[in-house]
Design a protein around this ligand. Structure first.
Ligand SMILES: [Zn+2]
Ligand SMILES: [Zn+2]
Length: 272
């Protein structure tokens, strides 16, 4: 059976990632206004009523903005760590206690047909996580954005995923010379609990591809301190240096901030 994945939105102005396997459809984050998320789902032919739940990475508004509204409207269960629930507080309005689900890094569970493996990521939020999602057999995808550094622990959690959406947030030079960002904000983004730079992303991708990942999507791009072309170029150059040709050896795409991405179909690997 195939797994489907679509970045509906990805970036510092809002995140929502769609995944389907078997009869289960879910979102990772709902960080745009509810209407925008529902419209994005409709644009790929998915009725919001058929979503089984939302996995929330952390409490920053670009990940939760539409979660409360949508949960109330469509009775979507929301899954988050205890720290993230505390961080959310009343930011998304009232959530039906029945729809408030608690998860923990390292504790795997099934949401319908999809195996969910949350893992801790280093970011300046209460208890942030990334997710690896399992279909049957060897099919899995992983998403890791909003991480200051790509640690060995994160690598271990997602190595071997068929498809990985990894943060390629900023170009450090563009960020440092950006006159609109206060020094403290620049420091936060560049820190080990901030966001992954294009170069750090490229280095991580090399490890992931060596570990068997066949398709990568660059995500959570900064609107001011990066461009899709630059993010792609940095990763492409790093791959080329190792003799890896995107398009021939691996898939390499960029998830755009305000444009629904393509729907990826991940098939079970067949024995060679
Ligand atoms: Zn974010
Ligand atoms: Zn964040």
């Amino acid at each position: 059976m195939e797994m489907y994945f679509c970045p509906l939105f990805s970036g510092s102005s809002g995140n929502a990632l769609f995944c389907q396997y078997g009869n289960t459809r879910l979102l990772i984050d709902a960080g745009k206004p509810g209407k925008a998320v529902a419209e994005a789902l409709a644009s790929i032919g998915v009725k919001p009523e058929t979503i089984s739940g939302v996995l929330i990475t952390h409490e920053h508004s670009d990940h939760i903005a539409g979660a409360g509204v949508l949960s109330r409207k469509y009775e979507w269960p929301l899954y988050a760590t205890p720290g993230t629930w505390r961080g959310i507080g009343d930011k998304i309005g009232k959530v039906d206690p029945e729809l408030k689900r608690e998860i923990a890094p390292g504790r795997e569970f099934f949401l319908g047909d999809i195996g969910v493996a949350p893992f801790a990521i280093p970011h300046d939020a209460a208890q942030p996580v990334g997710f690896r999602l399992w279909g049957g057999g060897s099919v899995s995808i992983a998403t890791a954005t909003d991480l200051g550094v790509f640690t060995d622990a994160v690598y271990d959690r997602i190595a071997g995923s068929s498809l990985v959406l990894l943060e390629s947030n900023h170009d450090p030079e563009m960020l440092r010379s950006n006159p609109h960002y206060a020094p403290a904000l620049k420091q936060r983004i560049l820190s080990d609990r901030g966001h992954l730079s294009n170069d750090a992303c490229a280095a991580a991708l090399l490890r992931l591809i060596a570990g068997g990942t066949g398709s990568v999507i660059l995500g959570h791009l900064s609107g001011e301190n990066n461009t899709p072309g630059l993010a792609r170029r940095v990763s492409e150059t790093a791959l080329n240096r190792e003799g890896i040709l995107p398009g021939r050896d691996v898939g390499l795409q960029v998830a755009l901030r305000d444009e629904v991405g393509e729907v990826y179909c991940i098939r079970e690997r067949t024995a060679k």
